[in-house]
Design a binder for this molecule. Structure first.
Ligand code: HEM
Ligand code: HEM
Length: 247
């Protein structure tokens, strides 16, 4: 522990602590975590209503709670997508795209895996953290598909489900579709919506494993960065930070 603290305070290793995550991004991150947790909890309750001995009105209550939380989830997702085009530099698409120096997704992925498995070492033989001040470049391979495919698909299928099942917004007429069309739409929507739960759980597991592995390998301060917004950066990361913030 002491070693870690002295590494964090070693000016030869980490040269500055600078604001990276803007307030709106942090607010999105933690509110989104809370809402997703409640969405999964409400699903577990209505899906296990028989086991829990819940009467029909209470089951419907939890289904409707799930949808209202779902609308909140959609609003949060729109906020995150807005930040990706109009937010601070480290919230933007550019900082979520792993490609750089003209290299494509596969080449960068290979390089980043090697870099994280066998990091370069400094004069004292300690692994050197990556030079990106914002999103970790390997982490971008999780964040980008999450924000572009997984979460939007869950939002779209959830909204369609709400219209099909209860005639709620955005497409209330789906509730009154004729039998074959209704069943086919319900089958597609429900299966995609259910499958994406596992994609989200997979993302969370990899996200947490990646964060723990990074902190242990590089004695960094990632976890708290998403709370106070600041990251401790190496000299090279500070140079890249300045290019990013003041191009
Ligand atoms: C991370 C976000 C979400 C997760 C993890 C999640 C999870 C689930 C799961 C696992 C089911 C059961 C499988 C199925 O019937 O398809 C379900 C059902 C449902 N979800 Fe979601 N959902 C999310 C977001 C949403 C959103 C955004 C909405 C709508 C605004 C929504 C509306 C519904 C509806 C209407 C059902 C059917 C309920 C029923 O069977 O009566 N969900 N959700
Ligand atoms: C206990 C749960 C979680 C913890 C402790 C956590 C922690 C963190 C931390 C420390 C970062 C900064 C990492 C970096 O520098 O690259 C981060 C970034 C991120 N996390 Fe999480 N996270 C959690 C759950 C989630 C969940 C549930 C989601 C979404 C489904 C999520 C989505 C993201 C995204 C997209 C980023 C990149 C920042 C952005 O562009 O918005 N996290 N998380």
């Amino acid at each position: 522990m002491n070693d870690r603290i002295s590494l964090l305070n070693d000016p030869d290793r980490y040269s500055a602590k600078l604001p990276v995550w803007e307030g709106r991004l942090r607010l999105w991150h933690w509110t989104n975590l809370l809402v997703i947790t409640l969405l999964i909890l409400s699903y577990l309750i209505f899906d296990n209503h028989k086991l829990l001995g819940l009467p029909k009105p209470q089951t419907v209550f939890f289904q409707k709670t799930h949808i209202i939380l779902g609308y909140l989830f959609v609003a949060l997702l729109l906020l995150r997508l807005h930040l990706a085009s109009k937010g601070a530099p480290f919230s933007r698409w550019k900082d979520l795209d792993p490609r750089h120096e003209g290299k494509g997704f596969v080449t960068v992925l290979r390089e980043e895996i090697a870099l994280h498995m066998r990091p370069a070492t400094d004069a004292s033989g300690l692994p050197v953290p990556d030079p990106d001040p914002g999103h970790n470049r390997l982490g971008r391979y999780l964040y980008l598909p999450l924000l572009v495919v997984i979460l939007p698909l869950q939002a779209i299928t959830g909204l369609l489900w709400a219209s099909l099942k209860f005639g709620w917004l955005p497409l209330p007429f789906l509730h009154t579709l004729s039998h074959p069309a209704f069943s086919a739409t319900k089958w597609v929507v429900s299966n995609i919506h259910a499958a994406i739960l596992y994609a989200i759980l997979g993302f969370i597991a990899l996200h947490l494993l990646g964060l723990v592995k990074y902190e242990l390998t590089f004695a960094s301060d990632l976890f708290s960065s998403m709370i106070h917004g600041k990251k401790i950066l190496t000299k090279r990361a500070v140079e890249n930070y300045q290019k990013e913030v003041d191009p």
